[in-house]
Design a protein around this ligand. Structure first.
Ligand code: CA
Length: 224
């Protein structure tokens, strides 16, 4: 049974989440504010945390920072549509993914399953194989069909970061910081250029990517 900690101060939403999650055999614990969330995250050791960012006593991002001090538990953020900056702060603080309110229960459950699956089955350090290409991290080699794909060091670094977190949104800021360094944190145009190059090399239809997905304004996701 997957144990989920629901952190949300809207009682109606908590009730709806609880009914749906319990119907799918999740064991649900609930917290209505940040302090209770941190305490329950430590006491109950949930398998995944569903976290609303707008809490009555503290900023949800501070809950993430606090929990990340001692736990790698997947954190899925619930966030209102107009606060994309907040979502980015949440991802940079260590959230694994987000769902925008209002969300469909199906979308939420799919994201929850993806988050817990990643936890059980962390990306193999050896690499990844898709229907289109194979990435061998140890040999630093990408093969598509019969031939080896040549990647520049920058393309390689980007691809490595994305496939290290399959299904997981990696923020623009994080990619820029890790690949180009702190002085380039705002240069999102670099990402657009290099992601387009990667897609041309790896995707069957680069204008409709299947594996290297853009989350507009937020970051990129490798869908295995
Ligand atoms: Ca709220």
């Amino acid at each position: 049974m997957t144990r989920v900690l629901v952190v949300e101060d809207d009682p109606q939403l908590v009730r709806a989440l609880k009914i749906n999650l319990q119907a799918r055999k999740f064991e649900v614990a609930e917290a209505g504010d940040g302090r209770a969330a941190i305490r329950l995250a430590a006491d109950r050791k949930p398998d995944v945390i569903l976290l609303d960012l707008g809490l009555p006593d503290m900023d949800g991002v501070d809950v993430i920072k606090s929990v990340r001090g001692w736990s790698r538990v997947p954190i899925l953020v619930l966030s209102a549509r107009h606060t994309s900056e907040e979502k980015i702060r949440a991802l940079d603080a260590g959230a694994d993914d987000y769902v925008t309110k209002p969300f469909s229960m199906d979308e939420l459950l799919a994201r929850l399953r993806a988050a817990t699956r990643r936890q059980e089955d962390p990306a193999s350090p050896a690499g990844i194989t898709t229907d289109e290409f194979t990435v061998d991290l140890a040999a630093r080699k990408v093969v598509r069909g019969e031939r080896t794909v040549r990647l520049t060091p920058t393309e390689w670094h980007l691809l490595e970061l994305l496939i290290a977190h399959p299904g997981h949104l990696v923020s623009q800021r994080r990619l820029l910081l890790e690949v180009w360094g702190p002085t380039y944190a705002e240069h999102t145009n670099y990402l657009r250029v290099y992601m387009a190059q990667l897609r041309r090399k790896l995707e069957a239809d680069p204008s409709h990517p299947r594996y290297l997905i853009t989350e507009p304004g937020m970051g990129y996701r490798f869908e295995p």
